[in-house]
Design a binder for this molecule. Sequence first.
Ligand SMILES: Cc1cc2nc3c(=O)[nH]c(=O)nc-3n(C[C@H](O)[C@H](O)[C@H](O)COP(=O)(O)OP(=O)(O)OC[C@H]3O[C@@H](n4cnc5c(N)ncnc54)[C@H](O)[C@@H]3O)c2cc1C
Length: 436
Amino acid sequence: MTTAHYDAIVIGAGFAGITAARELGSQGKRTLVLEAKDRLGGRAYTETLAGHHVELGGAWVHWTQPHVWTEITRYGLGIVPDEKALFANFPGADGQMKTYPGEEVLTRQQELLERLFTGWEEYFERPHDPWFRPEKLAEVDKLSLRDRILELELSPEDENLLWGWASGESGGRSARGALTMPGHWWAMGGLQLIGFDAIFNLRLEVGMQKLVELMAADVRNSELRLDTAVKAVHDDGAAVTVTTASGEVFTASTAVVTVPVNVWKSIEFSPALPEPYTRASTETIGVPNAVKLALHIRGDFEGAFYAQGEEGAAFIGLFPHRVLPDGTQLVVGFCVEDWVDVNDPKQVEEAVRHLEPRAEVLDYKFHDWGRDEFSEGGWAYRQPGQLTTMREIQRPQGRLAFASGDMANGWSGCVDGAIESGIVAARHIAGLLDRH
Ligand SMILES: Cc1cc2nc3c(=O)[nH]c(=O)nc-3n(C[C@H](O)[C@H](O)[C@H](O)COP(=O)(O)OP(=O)(O)OC[C@H]3O[C@@H](n4cnc5c(N)ncnc54)[C@H](O)[C@@H]3O)c2cc1C
């Protein structure tokens, strides 16, 4: 049993946790960071495939994302764009996969996205304060992406350009995803396509996990324990006691809980968390069945491509990443339901070939975020109604503050939002410590 006393215990060492620890350390507060995995980064997870960095978690960043861009500037990191798609495969009007010239179909898809968000400036007048116009938010927060696409009364071919996108981002079904999720990103990106589209293209040369490691190296007054899963958190009003899965006990004046929202329900909090917290965790914000794959492929075609399946496809999309000098390429795939066993290379190849029949899979790496007990889901993608109540789950409880990229005010669902959320939680905790 360990009894050392800290100012704050930070639970989780993803971007939110490391940011909170760095903020608190810079103000002279002593922290203990407890991380369940054997590495930093959480949903930022960089691997190597065919000799190149590939991201199995968060990948894309952009200068319109103020918090992550500050870190990129601070550490002087380079960025690389993904390969531009020369052709794109989508389901055509009859539902069968069809190849289009890349530029033509992607422009058409973008025009449809513009229609989806026409007039959207009314809803998020101040994007970093999504509740600024509550009466307007109430009008749209109840809608799913499916509701809005059906409202547009598009031709079957145009609808098919959107179903794969909408269902993929939503985590399997376009009826699951709240329209306000991409709508808020649209507002954050300057209420225009260019700002929205830009967040799906640039990655860090050194890999996303390296950024969190650089930030962690700058955390002062702190101890870090990896392989230390937290099982219980008790706030007795005077101090916080944290018990780990192996039975170790740590105490501190406060704690910052930065595990994903979906994981809250798996930790015993006493007193119990208020109902909105348990509801959000049980309903899920992070998409429940997210598998991300990095694939090394070759095929009898020139250049990079983009492919998007129909709603319900085994792989919801293939995104171009890098064409290698030998003509083979790295692509990224997402699988959002249990329709394919990603441990089985034959099933993976079949799913890839549904989207691009000429592709041959040489090798691949993946991470199943849904089955990962320390994330219980992938990227955050709220469901209808969840934005209206999100503010309730941001509130500190007693000596606990909560931080997560899943519930940021700004770029929720992104690394940027995780950093924002870590800063806000640390500010609250530092204030609490200073007052006592
Ligand atoms: C497949 C995928 C693709 C994505 N793509 C992008 C993208 O392109 N761009 C972008 O900006 N964002 C993207 N995201 C989202 C982004 O990765 C997350 O928003 C961000 O990394 C979340 O950071 P966090 O610190 O809030 O949570 P996490 O990174 O999940 O950190 C939480 C930490 O808590 C730890 N933990 C959990 N339970 C316990 C416990 N019981 N005890 C101790 N520790 C525990 C976890 O191991 C983890 O390290 C993506 C996410 C996924 C999964």
